[in-house]
Design a protein around this ligand. Structure first.
Ligand SMILES: Nc1ncnc2c1ncn2[C@@H]1O[C@H](COP(=O)(O)OP(=O)(O)O)[C@@H](O)[C@H]1O
Ligand SMILES: O=C(O)C1=C[C@@H](OP(=O)(O)O)[C@@H](O)[C@H](O)C1
Ligand SMILES: [Mg+2]
Length: 172
């Protein structure tokens, strides 16, 4: 286990990392960090713009830089990551160094429904978002498993219920 006492959330788009992360941080009295928000704050641009101008490659480099910077922080944090952060091999070790990693999962139907209204995910601005989510999940599931210390199914409970479940695992 890491010397850092952070809680790190990984998982596909729509798993609830940003929503649960914020609630969990408040419940634990930790700082909340969303790597997407850090990148947007640093660039002064939104994610679609970064994907457009710097490409996914540029965005991924920024994600790794954020993880490296977070390792220098001493605060106790809940860190919500972007769904593709595990695609960079070096990030797996960085995530596990940062703290206890929870893999938030949900059914394809739930992931699709939860992301259907938000147009700020460039990778899902395609004809068939459900098929894209499925494709990414098949590619990334082994990577989430490699990064995570624990898995949390989020289908049958709302965000608050997921917070409760994570707390129960932390306190066990
Ligand atoms: N456990 C849950 N049950 C139902 N809806 C959820 C749950 N967790 C998050 N949501 C909703 O799903 C959408 C995506 O959540 P978000 O936190 O942005 O996911 P992520 O950061 O993993 O992409 C939001 O509208 C959020 O309110
Ligand atoms: O899965 C991905 O590659 C991405 C997930 C997004 O974060 P969320 O998982 O919070 O939506 C965001 O980092 C970007 O759109 C890329
Ligand atoms: Mg998010």
């Amino acid at each position: 286990m890491s010397k850092h006492s952070n809680i790190v959330l990984v998982g596909p788009m729509g798993a609830g990392k940003s929503t649960v992360g914020r609630l969990l941080a408040s419940r634990l009295g930790f700082s909340f960090v969303d790597t997407d928000s850090v990148i947007e704050d640093r660039t002064g641009a939104d994610i679609p713009w970064i994907f457009d101008v710097e490409g996914e490659e540029g965005f991924r480099a920024r994600e790794t830089a954020v993880l490296r910077d977070l390792l220098e922080e001493n605060a106790s944090m809940v860190i919500a990551t972007g769904g593709g952060i595990v695609t960079q091999p070096e990030n797996i070790a960085l995530l596990r160094k940062l703290g206890r990693v929870f893999f938030l999962q949900a059914s394809l139907e739930q992931l699709t429904a939860r992301t259907s209204k938000d147009k700020k995910r460039p990778l899902l601005q395609v004809k068939d978002p459900k098929a894209k989510i499925k494709e990414l999940l098949e590619l990334r599931a082994p990577l989430y498993e490699a990064a995570a210390h624990a898995n949390i199914m989020t289908d049958v409970r709302g965000a608050k219920g997921v917070v409760h479940q994570i707390c129960a695992q932390i306190e066990a």
